[in-house]
Design a protein around this ligand. Structure first.
Ligand SMILES: C[S@@+](CC[C@H](N)C(=O)[O-])C[C@H]1O[C@@H](n2cnc3c(N)ncnc32)[C@H](O)[C@@H]1O
Length: 255
């Protein structure tokens, strides 16, 4: 079965992994949530792009003057607004917006954040105040590489240029300065096959999106014999090992 990116996220309507039993070991000293705290004070105005159901904003973002979380999926934003009511947090709003057609005001935000979502650095640059900052975390080409290599497919598998480099160059071209690109290396251990499969069914790791894939459709079928082969060769006493490769970028709009 094939499904496009919008319908994929709209059908999910949340980006919570609370039901999946896994632990992680982080090897890189670049923690997205800490970077956001370092760049926030009580007067800050923050825009979070591709916010999903607001899970990260509501749980990890510090209190400040204003946080706007946006997502192109109507269903994600419906869930975000429900989560907002349950959280009782103040100064936060969620609304629908496409990251590639941003309609936020120019020179308005002190910080724009984007975690595992598409971005347009030129539009982000416009909406930031001079002195403002962009903090993003992405999923790099070599994420889960052994698994994708075994299946000969998956997120960014066929991309010629790593997404981290595409983002890095586009951010420089948009006019940002002090741009820092940091590789993030994490090991995850999934308790059971069911937990591992739940991850693969919820994320585009094996099924999905590519810079090279024009219509950006996902194929949602997983070869279970290959999956068992991967699981059998990656069983450890901590669980089924999956090696993650993310990247973090911080960038300043100085003028
Ligand atoms: C992988 S999830 C990440 C969610 C959240 N940022 C996090 O880290 O937990 C990607 C989110 O980006 C949204 N998204 C993807 N492309 C988008 C676009 N062009 N404009 C706005 N949102 C987009 C999806 O709907 C989805 O909610």
């Amino acid at each position: 079965m094939e499904i496009n990116e919008y319908d994929y996220y709209n059908n999910l309507a949340n980006w919570s992994f609370d039901d999946i039993n896994y632990i992680e070991e982080v090897f890189t000293n670049w923690i997205y949530e800490e970077k956001i705290k370092e760049h926030t004070n009580k007067f800050s105005k923050i825009l979070d792009l591709g916010t999903a159901a607001g899970e990260k904003v509501l749980k990890n973002f510090p209190d400040c003057a204003e946080i706007l979380g946006t997502d192109f999926s109507i269903e994600m934003i419906k869930s975000a607004n429900q989560n907002l009511i349950n959280s009782r947090r103040k100064n936060i709003t969620f609304r629908v917006m496409n990251n590639l057609k941003m309609d936020t005001p120019n020179n308005y935000f002190d910080l724009v954040t984007a975690r595992h979502t598409k971005i347009n650095p030129t539009q982000i640059y416009k909406t930031l105040k001079p002195g403002g900052c962009l903090i993003l975390r992405g999923v790099d080409k070599l994420d889960c590489w052994e698994l994708k290599y075994m299946f000969k497919k998956g997120q960014a598998y066929k991309d010629l240029k790593p997404i981290s480099l595409i983002d890095y160059e586009n951010i420089l071209d948009a006019g940002f300065e002090n741009v820092e690109l940091v590789p993030i290396h994490i090991r995850e251990y999934y308790k059971t096959k069911e937990d591992f499969l739940a991850l693969l069914l919820k994320t585009p790791i094996l099924t999905g999106f590519s810079e090279e894939n024009e219509n950006n459709n996902l194929k949602l079928d997983i070869d279970m014999a290959l999956l068992d082969k991967y699981i059998n060769s990656h069983k450890t006493n901590k669980g089924i090992l999956l090696i993650r490769r993310y990247y973090g970028i911080t960038a300043k709009k100085n003028h």
